[in-house]
Design a protein around this ligand. Structure first.
Ligand SMILES: CC(C)(COP(=O)(O)OP(=O)(O)OC[C@H]1O[C@@H](n2cnc3c(N)ncnc32)[C@H](O)[C@@H]1OP(=O)(O)O)[C@@H](O)C(=O)NCCC(=O)NCCS
Length: 166
């Protein structure tokens, strides 16, 4: 790969690149439970809900281009869940299998621990072996499979729940 990949906190100006990467997977990849592409307004609202103090977003950048992102997301709204979070991770298809996701999720785990989180969750569509392997390689353990627990395009779909104790 040309140049060095850097991982940094996302800025408002990154929303468009984040949406491009997410929407590409929604349309062509099928690894998310959302099957409608996100609008710019949805992307901005998602960004605004991620207070960098508690729910930061990180992007990987190569030669000035955002090529992937990962975020610490709220798990549940009740206060008792305040030490549990859930991560998301997406990498531009052109830059996969080069360690970008590993860099991003490692950063998320480091930052989550520094912020006092105890557990990081990942909910993964069962056919997504790439994501299951990625998370397992970073110390996530498989907790269970929710058979037909999710829906995608009106069809039930199995979900794998993984957790990483911090
Ligand atoms: C899953 C995803 C984030 C991996 O990103 P990536 O940058 O290609 O991953 P990395 O290069 O950092 O790979 C780290 C490890 O993940 C696993 N992995 C990644 N891609 C894989 C694949 N296609 N098949 C099997 N294992 C894979 C491997 O264990 C890999 O380690 P290795 O290269 O030493 O074997 C990427 O494929 C992606 O964005 N997919 C679409 C969106 C998605 O599925 N997001 C997760 C939703 S839960």
């Amino acid at each position: 790969m040309e140049g060095d990949i850097i991982v940094r906190e996302a800025k408002f100006r990154d929303v468009q690149s984040i949406l491009r990467i997410l929407n590409d997977d929604i349309q062509f990849g099928g690894n998310t439970l959302d099957h409608r592409i996100w609008t710019k307004t949805q992307g901005i609202m998602w960004y605004m809900r991620h207070d960098p103090e508690t729910y930061p977003i990180y992007v990987a950048e190569l030669d000035g281009e955002v090529i992937g992102y990962s975020a610490i997301n709220p798990y549940r709204s009740a206060l008792g869940f305040e030490r549990i979070a859930e991560n998301s991770i997406y990498v531009d298809e052109r830059y996969r299998r080069r360690g970008v996701a590993r860099m991003l999720v490692s950063r998320v785990l480091e930052e989550a621990k520094a912020r006092g989180y105890r557990v990081m969750m990942a909910t993964i569509i069962a056919h997504n072996q790439a994501s299951i392997n990625l998370h397992a390689s970073l110390g996530y353990e498989c907790m269970s499979t929710l058979i037909r627990g999710g829906m995608r395009k009106g069809q039930p779909i199995d979900l794998v729940l993984m957790k990483r104790v911090l």
